[in-house]
Design a protein around this ligand. Sequence first.
Ligand code: SF4
Length: 205
Amino acid sequence: MIGVIGDKELFSGDEIKKCYTLEELAGSALRCRRCGLRKGCRGVVFGKGNPQAGLMFIGEGPGAEEDKQGLPFVGAAGQLLDKIIAAAGYSPSDVYIANIVKCRPPGNRAPGREEADACRPWLIRQIELINPAVIVLLGSVALQHMVDPNGRITKMRGQWIEKEGIEWMSTYHPAALLRDETKKRPVWEDIKKVRDRYNEIVKSI
Ligand code: SF4
């Protein structure tokens, strides 16, 4: 049962948990009005990639191009992420990519705490249904909303965190690399760790 107030669909956390497939979850999320971000964007950007991927990437929120196409990471930062994923030896269909918030924050600002909290049940259920072994958090917004509210990306990037049966690694957001080339090397070091650990996990299964 979906909570409806006027034209708003306010899914409760319990309603979101009762979506048992990724398709069902995406279908519901597309109608979400749990926070004000939905008013200012074209549509909900749910995620893309392999629904059974063992490796998942989580960014911040959709930008203008993502909002236009309805897919995450399709702009310049997304193209760079594709290159990083390819350099690690994976194809786009080996991974799943999503964001902390599924609607574009106006002016590409960072999502606020209330917006991220409102969107969190969608992402949590998305993670549960995909069930990845490794999650890479892209940038400080993803780090702070998923691992440590006070975490600093400069200090915590490249470190493994184990939580709820998943291994988490944070690194700089690809958009940060576009602004500052010196971040490319540390990101590559982090991604090599991810690749090595993920390949180890796959071999051990
Ligand atoms: S950002 Fe998330 S919680 Fe807010 S309206 Fe969009 S899908 Fe719903």
